[in-house]
Design a protein around this ligand. Structure first.
Ligand code: NAP
Length: 259
């Protein structure tokens, strides 16, 4: 067995792209991955292969993990709003001289006919809704309702994949639904619920982009929460790009072992 078969890549998951990378049949045979999730979802969608769940314990914990598990490189394929783990991973890799790549998604771009209001954070989304009562579709995640609870003049429909664990005030209704969402369904939902405003993070995920097309068609305002600052590391936007990066690393690794 050649030594490069042991080259371990830590994939930090939490996105569809992370899973597609781990399941890609072209993932180089000279490398193998450990797929990591934060463990916040009840029924995580895990790929075949080695997986782990739960935080590492901050930067120090991640450094210790990388060294203990002899991880050769890290692919950060976390959600663009999961900034903390991305910063931790970049810091831990810099501190231990390990290569790191981000598998990201391009942000959604405003199109003609859009009525987007760009805001920098979830907190800034609340004043952007205005003082007049609105019917709001919230697609910002079940963990981020607190800022909206402070604006009870609006009526909120909170859409999430998993049920909300906390009790919500009477001006909230929940919708449990799993992407992908189709344009005709989004149009029907926005119309049936008489939505005035959509609130979303700019995740860039294709599976949930139909709501933006629907909002444009219906002339609805969209409060677009812009992405947090992520660490300046190399980035690709396709699974294929990430696989090429692993293949290059594996061949350099092999050459260095044969010298
Ligand atoms: P976050 O604020 O960046 O991270 C919080 C903590 O969770 C991290 O400090 C780390 O704990 C742990 N963690 C996060 N991702 C991890 C991973 N892949 N493997 C192991 N530990 C991880 O992240 P978040 O916004 O809470 O999101 C948590 C997870 O859900 C992420 O993996 C993300 O990709 C996914 N997700 C997030 C969003 C979103 O909108 N934020 C949406 C969809 C999916 P330690 O410090 O203890 O290591």
């Amino acid at each position: 067995m050649i030594e490069t078969e042991n080259m371990k890549i830590l994939i930090l998951g939490g996105t569809r792209e992370a899973r597609l990378l781990a399941e890609d049949p072209h993932f180089p045979q000279q490398a193998r991955f450990i797929f990591s999730l934060a463990g916040v979802t009840q029924a995580p969608d895990l790929p075949q292969g080695q997986t782990r769940l739960g935080g590492f314990g901050g930067v120090e914990g991640l450094i210790a993990y990388l060294e203990r598990e002899n991880i050769a490189a890290v692919i950060d394929a976390t959600h663009p709003f999961a900034a903390r783990i991305s910063h931790h991973a970049a810091t831990a890799c810099a501190a231990t001289c390990r290569p790191i790549l981000r598998l990201g998604r391009p942000a959604w771009q405003r199109q003609p006919g859009d009525h987007w209001v760009d805001v920098a954070s979830m907190d800034d989304a609340v004043p952007a809704l205005g003082v007049e009562p609105r019917r709001v579709l919230l697609t910002t995640g079940r963990q981020h309702v607190a800022p909206f609870i402070k604006a009870p003049q609006h009526y909120y429909f909170l859409r999430s994949i998993e049920p909300v664990s906390q009790d919500l005030p009477r001006f909230f209704e929940t919708i449990i639904a799993r992407p992908p969402f189709k344009l005709e369904d989004e149009l029907a939902l926005l119309t049936r619920l008489k939505i005035d405003v959509l609130v979303t993070k700019n995740s860039g995920a294709p599976a949930i982009a139909a709501k933006l097309d629907a909002a444009r068609r219906l002339g609805l305002r969209v409060i677009m929460i812009n992405r947090p600052l992520l660490p300046p590391i190399g980035e690709v936007s396709t699974v294929e790009g990430a696989i090429k990066w692993v293949a290059r690393l594996a061949s350099v690794h092999l050459e260095s072992r044969q010298m």
